[in-house]
Design a protein around this ligand. Structure first.
Ligand code: FA5
Length: 341
C-alpha cells in the first residue's frame, strides 16, 4: 500500500483548534456568549479567516487539501453554532415563559363568589312570600303624573299631606304635573284602572323624595305596596293579612300589631309593627282601608267593592331587622358590609 502523503501541519493545527472551538461551543450556556464565540472564530481575525489566509503560503499541491479542510472546519463550526443556538433558544424561551408566568391563583386567592345585594335579596323574598299568599306582583313607572301620585290618592293640590312628601318634580308638561314618584301607592291607582276586582297585588319598587340622606333616610329608597280590593273587605282582613305575612316571612315566633295613624288614601289608617320573639318591636309601615275616593279614582264602585292597602320601606326594614345603625351603609358598596348578608 503506498504511503499516504503527510497531512500538512496547518491542517492538523486547524483540526485541533476546531475541536477546541467545538467543545467551547458545547459549553456555552447563553446566546450572548455564543454570539461572542461566533465572531471570535468566524470573524475577521478569527481562526477560519486566518487559516484561509494561510492557504496562500502552502505548496500548490497541498493548497486544495488545505482549502477543503478550512471549508469543512467552517461548516462544522457553523453547524455546531446553529445547533447550540437552537438548543439555547429553546431553554431561554422556557425560562422566559417560566419567569413571565402569571400565577393567577395567587392574584385571585380563594375565588370569592359574589351574591345579590341584600336589598334585592329582601325584595325577592318579600315577593315570594306574598306570591305564596296568593298575591300577584304589579309594577308602575318611576316618573309619575302628579294625578297618580297625589290627586287620585285623595291628596288634592294644597292638601297639607303633600308637604309630607318632599317631591322631586320633573321638567315635563305643566310645571308641577310630573313627579318622581314619592311612594309606591300610585301603583294602586294604575292597577285599579287596568284591572277589574278582585285585586290582590304587591308592588315593590324604587321611590324618590327630596330627603337629605342620614342614618334613617335616603333620597332614593324602596317600598313595597300591597293592595286588596274585593267584596266585604275590612280592617279585620287587613290585620289578618299582616299577621299571616309576619308569620310566613319572619317565622312563627313573630307577631304584628296595628297602631292608629293618618293617611289621606286610607280610612281608617294605621301603622303596623312586628314583634320579635324577644318582645322588641320593629316599625314596618303604613296601612288602612282604602278610602272610597281612591276606589272612585281607580274606576271602582265603593258601594260594591272595598279594600285595604299597606306600604313599607324595604331599606328601612332591612336595616332595622339587621341592627344596621346607618341605612346608608347598604349603598356605599363596601364589600365588608355586603359580605355579611
Ligand atoms: C307612605 O309612603 C305610604 N304610601 C304608605 C302606605 C301605603 C300607607 C298604603 C297606607 C296604605 P310613609 O311616607 O310613611 O308612607 O313611608 C312609608 C315607609 O317608607 C316608612 O315607614 C319608611 O319605612 C319608609 N321611608 C320613608 N321615607 C324614607 C326615606 N327617606 N328613606 C328610607 N325609607 C323611608
Amino acid at each position: 500500500m503506498p504511503d499516504l502523503p503527510p497531512v500538512p501541519s496547518i491542517i492538523t493545527d486547524l483540526d485541533q483548534n476546531v475541536q477546541s472551538v467545538l467543545s467551547r461551543i458545547a459549553d456555552v450556556s447563553d446566546t450572548a456568549a455564543l454570539d461572542a464565540l461566533e465572531s471570535e472564530t468566524l470573524g475577521k481575525s478569527g481562526l477560519i479567516v486566518s487559516a484561509r489566509k494561510a492557504i496562500g503560503e502552502v505548496s500548490p499541491t497541498e493548497r486544495k487539501l488545505v482549502g477543503m479542510a478550512v471549508q469543512e472546519s467552517r461548516t462544522s463550526i457553523e453547524q455546531a453554532l446553529a445547533d447550540r443556538r437552537q438548543f439555547l433558544a429553546q431553554g431561554e424561551r422556557a425560562l422566559r415563559l417560566q419567569s413571565e408566568r402569571m400565577d393567577l391563583t395567587e392574584v385571585i386567592g380563594t375565588p370569592s363568589v359574589g351574591h345579590i345585594h341584600p336589598l334585592t335579596q329582601a325584595w325577592e323574598e318579600l315577593e315570594d312570600t306574598f306570591i305564596g299568599m296568593g298575591f300577584r306582583v304589579a309594577e308602575g313607572p318611576h316618573v309619575e303624573t302628579d294625578w297618580h301620585n297625589f290627586d287620585a290618592l285623595n291628596i288634592p293640590k294644597g292638601h297639607p299631606a303633600r308637604d309630607a312628601f318632599d317631591s322631586l318634580y320633573v321638567n315635563n308638561g305643566e310645571p308641577g304635573s310630573t313627579v318622581l314618584r314619592t311612594h309606591t301607592s300610585p301603583v294602586q291607582i294604575r292597577t285599579m284602572l287596568e284591572q277589574e276586582p278582585p285585586i290582590y297585588i304587591v308592588a315593590p319598587g324604587r321611590v324618590f323624595r327630596r330627603d337629605t340622606a342620614d342614618a334613617t333616610h335616603l333620597p332614593v329608597f324602596h317600598q313595597l305596596e300591597g293592595l286588596v280590593v274585593d267584596r266585604n273587605i275590612g280592617l279585620a282582613d287587613l290585620a289578618g293579612t299582616i299577621e299571616s305575612f309576619t308569620k310566613a316571612f319572619f317565622g312563627e315566633g313573630f307577631t304584628s300589631r296595628l297602631r292608629p295613624n293618618y293617611f289621606p288614601f286610607t280610612e281608617p289608617s294605621a301603622e303596623f309593627d312586628i314583634q320579635r320573639p324577644d318582645g322588641s318591636w320593629l316599625e314596618l309601615g303604613g296601612c288602612g282601608v282604602v278610602h272610597p275616593n281612591v276606589l272612585k279614582a281607580g274606576g271602582i264602585d265603593p258601594e260594591e267593592w272595598s279594600g285595604f292597602a299597606f306600604g313599607f320601606g324595604i331599606d328601612r326594614f332591612l336595616s332595622i331587622k339587621n341592627g344596621v345603625d346607618d341605612i346608608r351603609d347598604a349603598f356605599t358598596n363596601d364589600i365588608r358590609f355586603l359580605q355579611q348578608f
